[in-house]
Design a protein around this ligand. Structure first.
Ligand SMILES: Nc1ncnc2c1ncn2[C@@H]1O[C@H](COP(=O)(O)OP(=O)(O)OP(=O)(O)O)[C@@H](O)[C@H]1O
Length: 233
């Protein structure tokens, strides 16, 4: 049984501030991700990898197609789900590690990481212990844990973001360049964490520009240029 099935997805951007210029990005996007598998979106810059990932998380609307996920024992089409359903899908069924941390003033790094578990009803002290374990594993200096991440370096913020994305056990996890700002030691930690998610049966869909990381994590590469729209002459 697939964990995520993307069927006949299409996206065109209309630039309303540019005389309605129409920019077809992808069409007929079809792929599945199985539990325990890491599928990587490949293809050159501008091919539409990020757009596909954003559609699958519901950040971009779709023009056509379906995004099917298991949710509370049923198959739900995220492409047509109402906003409330999208929120519960994100809480329970699909996680997303973006490239950049959205920082909230006055919230400590520890609480930023623990929050997704607290929201799902985990006891706060248990959630914080899990957060400490992850931050230690990702080599974030302990003196930073009680500080808000707004002033952290790019790589430190990215590690807080990874810890926050990996702390839950969502059955589907989307990864947008999670290792982009990391040094070799921490890249290796993230590669190991991805392998553990796979072993736990999580379906992963990601973008990795770093070839070495991509080779280590990818079970399959989906070439996004296969979904280039045919532009009418
Ligand atoms: N919000 C948007 N509005 C208009 N055009 C967009 C928008 N987002 C993406 N595009 C366009 O869609 C195309 C695909 O962009 P996308 O970011 O998905 O590519 P990518 O394969 O992820 O590229 P990269 O590897 O450089 O990140 C590009 O031509 C881009 O300009």
């Amino acid at each position: 049984m697939t964990a995520l099935s993307v069927q006949n997805l299409a996206k065109t951007f209309t630039m309303h501030l540019r005389d309605g210029v129409v920019l077809p990005v992808v069409a007929n996007v079809n792929f599945d991700v199985l539990p325990g598998e890491c599928v990587v979106l490949g293809g050159p810059s501008g091919a539409g990898k990020s757009s596909i990932l954003k559609m699958v998380y519901g950040n971009y609307g779709v023009d056509a197609g379906a995004i099917l996920l298991q949710h509370h024992g049923e198959i739900v089409d995220l492409a047509i789900a109402d906003p409330r359903t999208v929120l519960t899908l994100r809480r329970d069924s699909i996680g997303y590690v973006s490239q950049f941390l959205r920082t909230v003033p006055r919230v400590s790094a520890l609480d930023v990481v623990a929050e997704p578990l607290v929201i799902r009803g985990t006891d706060k002290s248990e959630a914080q212990q899990r957060a400490r374990d992850l931050l230690a594993r990702l080599n974030l200096p302990e003196r930073l844990w009680s500080l808000p991440p707004a002033t952290f370096s790019g790589g430190e913020q990215q590690r807080v973001n990874i810890a926050r994305g990996f702390i839950t056990d969502h059955p589907v996890l989307l990864l947008d360049e999670p290792t982009a700002s990391l040094d070799a030691t921490n890249r290796a930690v993230v590669v190991a964490m991805i392998a553990e998610k796979k072993a736990a049966g999580v379906a992963l869909l990601g973008i990795f520009h770093d070839e070495e990381v991509r080779e280590q994590v990818a079970d399959r590469i989906v070439d996004v240029t296969d979904f280039a729209p045919r532009i009418a002459a």
